[in-house]
Each structure stands twice: as structure tokens, then as C-alpha cells.
Design a protein around this ligand. Structure first.
Ligand SMILES: C[S@@+](CC[C@H](N)C(=O)[O-])C[C@H]1O[C@@H](n2cnc3c(N)ncnc32)[C@H](O)[C@@H]1O
Length: 285
């Protein structure tokens, strides 16, 4: 398997991947507001062939397979633990029109024009060369095929980032907009338009949406989730506080967000739609 994004592959195949694999894909419907927005925008038809990029534990892949009941869905991810989780959950659904492939979306051979629509929920911000990655995804779409993804806006606008970090280190410095691979690499609308235009997509539309996301049934389980995520592990690695003190601080900070539907924290996101040009952009083979 060719992996230009080796650092990301290491991370998503190491503690980060194991943690997400254990934490996601368990409670169908918990992020239904986000799924409704994503799938409304994707407008998947019964016979569509769908690619789910950075599918993780396969929650959206399964939802897509239910919509494309006479088509088929491929979930692509470079994290083995996430894919193991996805395949185990697929077996429980009994769905046969989806499969999971392990690979780096930047280079993974996806065929030419094999898909009608590519979707992604938070799986496309981690590319070292985003133009190359989206061009690879674009080649996999038929001419006129649709790309629909959701990604975070600036970190300061995402309570699921600021609340746990503030609980441990005080309010995060307003961090600079970063183009480095990571959760916030596509936080700027202009950046999204530049990357997708460079990759040969047209009709790019970015819509700001705000959706509360689910992080656990109660403050204790949400704290457990955040303790395993990369930014919080980095804080603990710096020995700023003990894991026990961090758990207590997180639980205290998360308790006000607990309600009958679990702990939910809001965040501003971009819902992005685009189409593959019917002809190749200049310079592409
Ligand atoms: C934040 S998780 C989102 C997972 C899933 N879509 C969800 O919403 O639960 C990001 C996912 O992108 C995957 N990923 C990161 N870089 C990738 C790449 N270059 N190619 C394929 N998958 C990638 C990670 O392994 C991880 O599963």
C-alpha cells in the first residue's frame, strides 16, 4: 500500500485510531442532525455508486449503503483498527452492497469515473497534498459526479475543541489558521475553494452550519473520550497535570453540556458540495 501521508497513517493506526475505533460506530443515530445535513446535500439515489473517504468506523458508509440500496458503497480509510471496527459493524447490519478498502485517499487506486458521489464526514482534512488527494478522488467520480463533505471551521468556533482544552490549560490561544494536515486544515472557505479548484472540481459551494455533536452518554464517558484524543494526550504528555486531575477537570467542564441526549457540544462546520468537471483540469494526465 502506497502511503504518502505516513505520519497520519502512523497516528490513525496507533493510539488515535484504536481510541476512535473503540469510541465511534456504536450508537447509530447519535449524530443524526449532522447525518441529515450530509445526506440531504449528498442526495444519494438508490442506484448510486458511493465513495466514503476517511470512513473511519463506517457509520456514514452504512447509512450510504442503505440509501444506495441498488448501488454500492466503498468506504476508504488508512486506519486498520477503524476498518476492523467498520467491518465488524457491517457484519451486524447484514448489508452486502458495501465494502471497505484500506488505503491513502491521496493515491489509492480508485478507478476512473467509478463513482457517482463521494462523501466524507471529517475524513478529508489530513492530506499532506490536498490538491493531489482531491484530484485522485475527482478522477474516481464520473464527469459531473458529486463531492459532498463536512469539515470544521476555525477551532475557536468549535466548543468540542475549546471546552476540553480550556478545562486543562485555560482558554486556548487563538491559534493561527493552519494549512498543515489536521482537523482544522480546511477551516477557511477560500482554502477549500482553492484546493478544490486546483483539483479540478467546479460548482463549489461552502455553507456554514452549526451542529451539536455527541461525545458520550454522560460527563464521565465524554471525559473518557476526550482523554484519548490527540490534543489532550499531547497536554498529558507535557505532564501539565496528572491523568486523574485531567479526568476530573474534563468531567467538571463537560457536565453543563450533558442532557437527555447525552453530552453534546456545538461547532461551526462547513458543508461543502462540488462537482467533477466533465473535462480534466489543465495539467492532469
Ligand atoms: C476524524 S476521523 C473521521 C472518521 C469518520 N468519517 C467519522 O466521521 O467518524 C478521520 C478519519 O480519516 C482517516 N484518514 C486520515 N487521512 C486519510 C487518508 N489520507 N486517506 C484515507 N483516510 C484517511 C483516518 O484514518 C480517520 O479514520
Amino acid at each position: 500500500m502506497s502511503i504518502p501521508n505516513a505520519a497520519q497513517a502512523n497516528s490513525w493506526n496507533g493510539p488515535e485510531g484504536a481510541h476512535w475505533a473503540a469510541s465511534t460506530g456504536r450508537t447509530e443515530g447519535r449524530d443524526s442532525a449532522l447525518h441529515r445535513l450530509l445526506f440531504e446535500a449528498a442526495a444519494i439515489a438508490e442506484t448510486d455508486r458511493v465513495l466514503d473517504v476517511g470512513c473511519g468506523a463506517g457509520e456514514t458508509t452504512v447509512l450510504a449503503a442503505r440509501q444506495a440500496s441498488r448501488g454500492h458503497v466503498v468506504g476508504l480509510d488508512l486506519s486498520r483498527p477503524m476498518l476492523e471496527r467498520a467491518r465488524a459493524d457491517q457484519a451486524r447490519t447484514g448489508l452486502t452492497n458495501l465494502r471497505f478498502e484500506e488505503g491513502d485517499a491521496q493515491v489509492h487506486p480508485l478507478g476512473d469515473g467509478e463513482f457517482d458521489v463521494a462523501i466524507s464526514q471529517f475524513g478529508i482534512m489530513f492530506f499532506a497534498d490536498p490538491v493531489a488527494a482531491f484530484a485522485n478522488i475527482g478522477r474516481a467520480l464520473r464527469p459531473g459526479g458529486r463531492l459532498v463533505f463536512v469539515c470544521p471551521r476555525h477551532m475557536a468556533r468549535c466548543a468540542w475543541y475549546t471546552v476540553p482544552i480550556s478545562a486543562l490549560t485555560g482558554p486556548p490561544e487563538p491559534l493561527p489558521d493552519t494549512r498543515e494536515p489536521g482537523m482544522f486544515s480546511l477551516a477557511d472557505r477560500e482554502r477549500i475553494e482553492e484546493v478544490l479548484g486546483g483539483a479540478g472540481f467546479g460548482s463549489v459551494m461552502t455553507t456554514a452550519v452549526e451542529v451539536p455533536l455527541f461525545f458520550g452518554q454522560d460527563a464521565a464517558s465524554a471525559a473518557g473520550f476526550f482523554l484519548g484524543t490527540g490534543p489532550v494526550r499531547a497536554i498529558l504528555d507535557d505532564a501539565i497535570m496528572t491523568p486523574d486531575a485531567a479526568r476530573t477537570a474534563l468531567e467538571d467542564a463537560l457536565r453543563p453540556y450533558a442532557g437527555p441526549e447525552g453530552v453534546r457540544l456545538g461547532g461551526e462546520l462547513w458543508m461543502v458540495t462540488a462537482r467533477r468537471f466533465s473535462r480534466r483540469p489543465p495539467g492532469q494526465p
